[in-house]
Design a protein around this ligand. Sequence first.
Ligand code: ATP
Ligand code: MG
Length: 475
Amino acid sequence: MHRDFTSYLSHPVFKVIKKYLEDNEGSAFVIGGFVRDLLLEKKSKDIDIVVYGDGLEFAKNVAEILRVKKVSVFKNFGTAHFRYKDVDVEFVTARKESYSKDSRNPKVSPGSLKDDQYRRDFTINALAINLHPSSFGELIDPFNGETDIENGTIRTPLDPSETFSDDPLRMLRAIRFASQLDFKIDISCLKSIRDQSERIKIISRERITDEINKILMSPCPSRGFKLLKSTGLLEYIFPELLELSGIETINGKSHKDNFLHTLQVVDNVSKTSDKLWLRWSALLHDIAKPPTKRFDKKIGWTFHGHEELGSKMVPRIFKYHRLPLDAKMKYVQKLVRLHLRPIALVKGSVTDTAIRRLLNEAGEDVEDLMLLCNADITSKNEFKVKRYQENFKLVSEKLQAVEEKDKIRNFQPPVKGEEIMKSFNLGPCYEVGVIKSKIKEAILEGEIPNSYDDAKALMLTIGREMGLEIKESLN
Ligand code: ATP
Ligand code: MG
């Protein structure tokens, strides 16, 4: 008995394909992620269609009926793509694939739907629904993908060693889906990934990073990263993270496992924010702990300067992973560099000056920094966590109060360089910089309020002390 999915196929693309097949020869099926997401009751952003015959011609005809003007055709891959409203629609001619050992690029020849389903990575991604008017809405599920969705299992249609060897990226995709959907990976798949994890080396960095980002954006990213470690993939795709793993003990003193701690922080921050770059900051916040680790006989383990060194490591890591080397990277660097600052306030006494300095350095990102810092409070001792979090709330409140009073967040000293130069008949020179920074310091230290009049008065006082000539109208 086939189940009927007609009611789910209300999208205009499906209606047009059905109509087209009423008047023309051929067959077409919606396949892959769309069908999986439909069974999971999730919204899908793309529609993949497998076509018998000439998929490219088919795509053009369907696009014409939908009045879509731009169709991109990739002749070499036998695929065509267009965008209809907010949905990406991709057409592919049903095909068979055969792979050679050292490449991801297969030899392709025409095939049946079943052949096409065999070349899919997982049973949950191999489901198809018929779009032909004679069997519209019929689910075609040769590998029991529907049961695997119900049981939450990632399994390959073929022998896993073959599936993963053909395209090692699938090893990462398996882990990414397990993390995104909270599914388990079938034991023989897991074993196979462990056996050939090294083959991930032939995959491009961009594709690997796409999967890392998807793991990071899943509800509980630690699941994906733990699987990356246990399968051996982490060693090849993110060695710095693996370095964080492990506990060392000297004279009965141990430090915590910084890999597990980092993952806990990533999970914590993921509960409060969907920002990818905040999650990256959490992932990298302690990345320099291994190179800064020391043992001191009196105080035990220390990681002095790991926030500074970590921040310096960020550009190299971003470059390696082909991540953007722009403001996003600067944001991650800033959060890594400042991640200890709010907690230092929590542990010590909180002066307005310390708060103003933090606001000045964190600027617009102070809320994100606070989220990261709050997420960083992990301890086996629940009492300790609770006490820190309570103190943390106090610091947050204080931050708000000081910001309201002093407006430091986007702080530009209220007297500009231009005005300093004019006031003392100076060109751009060393003295201007000195006066500017003295005014800024005085505001941050709370010696004068953050206002134009106070800053200008201070400027004149400093100028006098420096023996500068003051413009007549100001005297
Ligand atoms: P998402 O869109 O959330 O990343 P998806 O499963 O839709 O997930 P796509 O990359 O859009 O992933 O691929 C669409 C379909 O193409 C998949 O469902 C799967 O059937 C197939 N597919 C994609 N990548 C591979 C691969 N590396 N090996 C085999 N089949 C693949
Ligand atoms: Mg997709």
